[in-house]
Design a protein around this ligand. Structure first.
Ligand code: AMP
Length: 494
C-alpha cells in the first residue's frame, strides 16, 4: 500500500491462508517471517465462514498480537499484512488489511505495492460523493469493489482491480474465499504454497518455510487465484502487459532465504557479488560485508576474487534498521549503535567493504570512517547494484531524488564523500545479467529513471516527477549538490 497525501511510498508484506483450522495463528507466523517487509503496523483478518473479525495494531507482529488476540480471530481463513515504517504518518488508520461491509458482503484487502493512478480514481470517486477514511491508495480498490454492480464477488473484484494501475500484490478475504492478485507487470512478488489441504499466498517463500508449507509456484503476473471450498481457481482478468518485476527485491529487499520471481534470492545476490568482483576488482587483504545487507554479495565477491571474507563488522541485532529513523541526526548515531568494527580483522589491512546499495550515502560514509578508525590501511567500497538515481513509485521506500547521492554526484564525488580509497558499483548490464530473463523482465527505474508504468499527469505533478516514461526522455529534476564543505569534512562525525 502507498500513502497518497503524506508520503506515498512504502513497502509491505502480505499473507493469506485458506482451509486451515489455525488460520489466524499461521497468518501470525507468516507475518513474523515477513517482518522485514514492514515494521510499522501489523494486521490480521480471519473468517469463520460467517463473519470477518480483525485486529490491527502498531508495531512489530509480536507486539501487535498475543495469544488472546489471536484466539479472538477464529476460522479457517485469514489474511495478514505488515506495513513499513515511514516518517510522520504512523497512524493506525493506515494499517491494513482494510475491512469493509459492502453490497457484496464483508471484504478485506492487504496490499503490497503502490498504485500510480490512485489520486485520479479517488478524485473521481470523491466528486461522486464517496467518503474516504484513510489516505492510502489501497482504499480506492475497496471503493471500486463496493460500487461494482457486477454479479458476484469475483466479478466485482475483477472489475475493481482492472481500474487501477501500478504495482499491486493483493491478498483479499471474503467470508468464504481467500484471493491473491498480482498486477500484470508483476512488480512485487507473490508466492503460492500448500500446507496439507490448505492454500497459502504470501509475499515471500520464507513465510512458507516457517509454517512448513511447500512452495507450489508464484502467482503469475496478471493472475488472480481464488481459494474456496471448490478448490483453487485461477483467472486472468488483465490485458497482457510488459513484465516489470522489481530488481531491488533481489538486490536488497527480499530475505535471502526466499525464492522471489522463481529464483533463490541468496543465489542471485551471491552471483551479483561475483560479477561485482569481476567488474570492480580491488587489491586488498580482506572482504568485509556490511551486515546484513551486504553479506551474500560479499560471499560472492570473496569467491570470485580469491580474497578471504571475514566478519569485520558486527551488527547488534536488537536495534531497528537505521533506515527507519526519521531524522538524519539520529541515523548517524544509529550506525554506531548498530555496527561495531572488529579491530583484529581490520587493523593494518586493505579492506573491501561490500554492501548492496548506497542511498543517501550517509550511513555508508559513517561505516567507512568507522572502519578507518579501526585501523584499516585502505578502504575499497563495492556496491552490488548500479548507482541509485531515481525514486521508486512502485512500492519501495526511497527518498526524494534530491536526497539520492548518485542522482547528483559523480562516482568520484561519491568516493570522496564516503572517504573511500576506491568505489565501484555493479553495472546495470551486470545486474540484469544476474537475474533470470534479464532486463526485459525487470523494472530498473531506480537505476535508470525510466518508469515502465506511466503516471497520469496530475499524479506526476503531485509526485514532482520529471519522468522518463517507457524510455521517453524528459528533463531530469535538478537536485541541490552537496556543498563542497560537506565533501571535505564530516560535520556530524563523532
Ligand atoms: P545510505 O548510507 O543512506 O546510502 O544507506 C545505505 C544502506 O541502506 C545500505 O546498507 C542499504 O542496504 C540500505 N538500504 C537501501 N535501500 C533501502 C530501503 N529501501 N530501505 C531500507 N534500507 C535500505
Amino acid at each position: 500500500m502507498g500513502i497518497m497525501f503524506d508520503k506515498f511510498r512504502d513497502e509491505c508484506g502480505v499473507f493469506g491462508i485458506f482451509g486451515h483450522p489455525e488460520a489466524a495463528n499461521l497468518a501470525y507466523l507468516g507475518l513474523y517471517a515477513l517482518q522485514h517487509r514492514g515494521q510499522e503496523s501489523a494486521g490480521i483478518v480471519a473468517s469463520d465462514g460467517v463473519q470477518l473479525r480483525h485486529r490491527k495494531a502498531m508495531g512489530y507482529v509480536h507486539e501487535a498480537f498475543d495469544a488472546d488476540a489471536l484466539a479472538k480471530l477464529p476460522g479457517t481463513m485469514a489474511i495478514g499484512h505488515v506495513r513499513y515504517s515511514t516518517a510522520g504518518e504512523s497512524k493506525l488508520s493506515n494499517a491494513q488489511p482494510i475491512v469493509i461491509d459492502s453490497i457484496h458482503g464483508q471484504f478485506a484487502i492487504g496490499h503490497n505495492g503502490n498504485l500510480v493512478n490512485a489520486g485520479e480514481v479517488r478524485d473521481a470517486l470523491v466528486r461522486e460523493g464517496a467518503i474516504f477514511q484513510t489516505n492510502s491508495d489501497t482504499e480506492v480498490v475497496v471503493h471500486l469493489f463496493a460500487r461494482s454492480r457486477a454479479g458476484g464477488i469475483e466479478a466485482a473484484i475483477a472489475e475493481a482491480i482492472s481500474q487501477v494501475r501500478g504495482a499491486f500484490s493483493f491478498v483479499m478475504l471474503t467470508k468464504d474465499r481467500v484471493i491473491g492478485v498480482r498486477d500484470p507487470h508483476g512488480f512485487r512478488p507473490l508466492a503460492l504454497g500448500r500446507l496439507g489441504d490448505a492454500w497459502v499466498i504470501c509475499s515471500e517463500t520464507c513465510a512458507l518455510d516457517l509454517i512448513n508449507a511447500s512452495y507450489v509456484r508464484d502467482v503469475e503476473p496478471g493472475e488472480v487465484v481464488i481459494a474456496s471450498a471448490a478448490g483453487l481457481k485461477s483467472i486472468k482478468p488483465f490485458a497482457p502487459a510488459p513484465l516489470a518485476q522489481c530488481v531491488f527485491e533481489h538486490v536488497y529487499f527480499a530475505r535471502p532465504d526466499s525464492y522471489v520471481f522463481g529464483e533463490s534470492v541468496n543465489e542471485v545476490r551471491t552471483d551479483l557479488g561475483r560479477r561485482l568482483a569481476r567488474e570492480c576488482p580491488a587489491e586488498a587483504d580482506v572482504v568485509v560485508p556490511i551486515p546484513d545487507s551486504g553479506v551474500c554479495a560479499a560471499v560472492g565477491y570473496a569467491d570470485a576474487s580469491g580474497i578471504p571474507m571475514r566478519m569485520g563488522l558486527i551488527r547488534n541485532h536488537y536495534v531497528g534498521r537505521t533506515f527507519i529513523e526519521p531524522q538524519q541526526s539520529i541515523r548517524h548515531f544509529g550506525v554506531r549503535v548498530k555496527l561495531n568494527p572488529v579491530r583484529s580483522i581490520i587493523a593494518g589491512r586493505r579492506v573491501v567493504l561490500v554492501d548492496d546499495s548506497i542511498v543517501r550515502g550517509t550511513t555508508s560514509r559513517k561505516i567507512v570512517r568507522m572502519v578507518r578508525g579501526a585501523g584499516a590501511k585502505e578502504v575499497h567500497m563495492r556496491i552490488s547494484c548500479p548507482p541509485t538515481i531515481s525514486p521508486c513509485f512502485y512500492g519501495v521506500d526511497t527518498p526524494r531524488r534530491s536526497e539520492l547521492i548518485a542522482a547528483t554526484h559523480t562516482l568520484e564525488q561519491i568516493r570522496k564523500y564516503l572517504d573511500a580509497d576506491s568505489l565501484g558499483y555493479l553495472s546495470l548490464e551486470g545486474l540484469t545479467a544476474g537475474v533470470r530473463g534479464g532486463r526485459s523482465r525487470y523494472c530498473t527505474s531506480c537505476y535508470t529513471g525510466v518508469y515502465p508504468v506511466a503516471f497520469p499527469r496530475d499524479e506526476a505533478a503531485y509526485l514532482q516527477l520529471a519522468l522518463k516514461l517507457n524510455g521517453e526522455a524528459s528533463t531530469p529534476e535538478r537536485a541541490p549538490a552537496i556543498p563542497q564543505s560537506e565533501l571535505e569534512n564530516d560535520p556530524v562525525a563523532s
